[in-house]
Design a protein around this ligand. Structure first.
Ligand code: OXD
Ligand code: MN
Length: 606
């Protein structure tokens, strides 16, 4: 092996890349991750000793981290699609010329791992050996990243075995951007670089990821948003499949054991994890989880779309997660979990806003300061950061589906799109055909409820397919790709497509209870896929028949009628907004099929 990087791999290209990066970043040592429990435990212990991790007495093998206050979320303003041509990145991505960006970032990487270990993490997105899975190798100088990757992906020697000597992998380079001078350590503080030095860069032509300056979440765990969405969306376009920001769930009618698989896309903060782990309020139905964030869907030989969840864990938002909103998530985080930026109780447990009970006694907040709940003080700063997270193995979820590791994926029967829409969009409606479904995906968005940036209250912030921050190429081409994928599936095998809205308001209050009651909508979706559903045809698509819809007691018939009707005036405004403000952004790349669909619905509305 012609390698100075003590590699256990005989993959020449991989070894050459690791050599090249070690010469550039100048780490003290190189460590190849084997993915073992012993490795995880050892690394966590080092993190505890250095003061970065706090063991949680109340949760076996679980640890709390507090990040730097400037490094708490994905930084979209510093996230780039560096394609050769700006037009390939499209109007919704930040673009920089790849040559310029590489020159700039190479300067930052020069010596950036001084005083640190460079970890090499071979990982598989998707069950190892699945024909739908892809391999990546992340180089990082952050042990926090290593332990999170242990949970979020399949990592280690077994991946190198599958990769062999010539297999394909996506190189993912990550440095926190905080070299240490001799005899220096992090002093118990989260290392990262200032925001103007952070870069989350994607080179789609090379299928390459470079991330610098942030140690947090989607900026640093490069298998997730960077590989499984931005780079995978480009690979999927080239190979004829779909890499999507979607949960995958299995719904079963217990009376006859029949199941359907549903994939669903929602913008952030619309309850995706809750839907993926839903506990039905209607008897005789069961929901199981395949994934809560990402779906890779490939046409199978039988003409159906087969999906895997490329991840192995949940990187969930903590605040708002409670026994009554998501008992399965709460059960998933009982042990073996990493918590980041939540509050710490005196007896060694975690706490966050919306956990379902008051803060017990004095806490240490996410900034490391003492905090006592003061309900009278409406301006009290939260104890847990709004984007604080848990990282938990998916297998710990009591509702995990037996098909979670199915190598060939699960056959998708239905696709849902949704957003937060207090008005206009009904509780659920179904597309009349595939292109109508693509139209629905293209107009997804959430209504602004408090004035934000340049948008006014009531305006819709569009997030097509919930992929706005995650599509690695021009969104117009992405819409076209969806149309093409549909064309290649026999109509009878295509998943049926639905638009849902749990967030309709009436007199200022939510008109629909949501959470477990969303199973009533899933039941109708199931029946529509099964050919037994009762629906009425309207200009915007099929809507459930009121009389046979499984209405919860808390919703009156009148309210149900209201949220399951077509608000003609509202829809006319909606379509005008799409036509005048949203679609023009995509210029000549906007597929004609979508323009036609818009005109067709407008015409039907009169
Ligand atoms: C996530 C997101 O972190 O969508 O999953 O922002
Ligand atoms: Mn997400």
């Amino acid at each position: 092996m012609s390698c100075c990087c003590n590699s256990p791999s005989n993959h020449a290209k991989l070894n050459a890349w690791v050599d090249e990066i070690s010469v550039l970043t100048e780490p003290d040592s190189i460590y190849w991750c084997d993915g073992s429990k012993a490795e995880y435990d050892e690394m966590v212990q080092t993190l505890v000793q250095s003061g970065l991790a706090t063991p949680l007495a109340k949760r076996p093998n679980s640890f709390l981290f507090r990040s730097d206050p400037s490094d708490v979320a994905r930084v979209e303003s510093r996230t780039y699609i560096a394609s050769k041509s700006q037009d390939d990145a499209g109007p919704t991505n930040n673009w920089i010329d790849p040559v310029e960006l590489k020159a700039e970032m190479s300067k930052l990487y020069k010596g950036s791992m001084h005083g640190r270990t460079m970890y090499v993490i071979p990982f598989s997105m998707g069950p190892i050996g699945s024909p739908i899975a892809k391999i990546g190798v992340e180089i990082t100088d952050s042990p926090y990243v290593v332990i999170n990757m242990h949970i979020m992906a399949r990592v280690g020697t077994k991946v190198l075995d599958v990769l062999g000597g010539v297999g394909e992998f996506v190189p993912c380079l990550h440095s926190i951007g905080k070299p240490l001078l001799s005899c220096q350590d992090d002093n118990g503080k989260w290392p990262s670089a200032p925001v103007e030095k952070k870069y989350i860069a994607h080179f789609p032509e090379e299928k390459l990821i470079w991330s610098y300056g942030s140690g947090y979440g989607g900026n640093a765990l490069l298998g997730k948003k960077c590989l499984a969405l931005r780079i995978a969306s480009v690979i999927a376009r080239d190979e004829g499949w779909l890499a999507e920001h979607m949960l995958i769930l299995k719904i079963t009618r217990e009376s006859d054991g029949k199941s359907k698989f549903i994939a669903a896309a929602f913008p952030s903060a619309c309850g995706k994890t809750n839907l993926a782990m839903l506990v039905p309020t209607i008897p005789g139905w069961k929901v199981e989880t395949v994934g809560d964030d990402i779906a890779w869907m490939r046409p199978g030989k039988d003409g159906k779309l087969y999906a895997i969840n490329p991840e192995a864990g949940f990187f969930g938002v903590a605040p708002g997660t409670a026994e009554d909103t998501n008992p399965n998530a709460m059960a998933s985080i009982k042990e073996n979990t990493i918590f980041t930026n939540v509050a710490l109780t005196e007896d060694g447990d975690i706490w966050w806003e919306g956990i379902g009970y008051d803060a017990p006694g004095k806490l240490i907040d996410w900034n490391g300061k003492e905090w006592k709940q003061d309900k009278a003080n409406k301006d009290q700063k939260p104890a847990a950061h709004g984007n604080s997270r848990f990282t938990a193995p998916a297998k710990q979820c009591p509702a995990i589906a037996p098909e979670f590791e199915a190598l060939g994926g699960v056959p998708i029967d239905a696709i849902l799109f949704g957003g937060r829409r207090p008005s206009t969009i009904p509780l659920v409606h179904q597309a009349k055909d595939w292109n109508h479904g693509v139209f629905m995906g293209s107009i997804v968005g959430s209504e602004i409820t408090a004035a934000a940036l340049d948008l006014k209250v009531g305006e819709v912030r569009r997030d097509p397919f919930a992929m706005l921050p995650f599509c690695g190429y021009h969104m117009g081409d992405y819409f076209k790709h969806w149309i093409e994928v549909g064309k290649n599936l026999p109509v009878e095998s295509q998943p049926k497509i639905f638009f849902v809205n749990w967030f309709r308001k009436k007199d200022g209050k939510f008109a629909w209870p949501g959470y477990g009651d969303n199973s009533r909508v899933l039941k109708w979706v199931f029946e529509q896929c099964d050919g037994t559903g009762k629906a009425v045809e309207t200009p915007i698509g099929y809507i459930p028949e009121i009389a046979s819809f499984d209405r919860p007691e808390s919703v009156s018939v009148d309210t149900l009628k209201e949220i399951l009707s077509v608000d003609v005036e509202g829809w006319k405004k909606e379509l005008a907004d799409v036509k005048e403000k949203h679609y023009p952004k995509f210029g000549a790349k906007l597929p004609k099929e979508l323009v036609d669909k818009l005109a067709e619905i407008q015409k039907k509305l009169g």
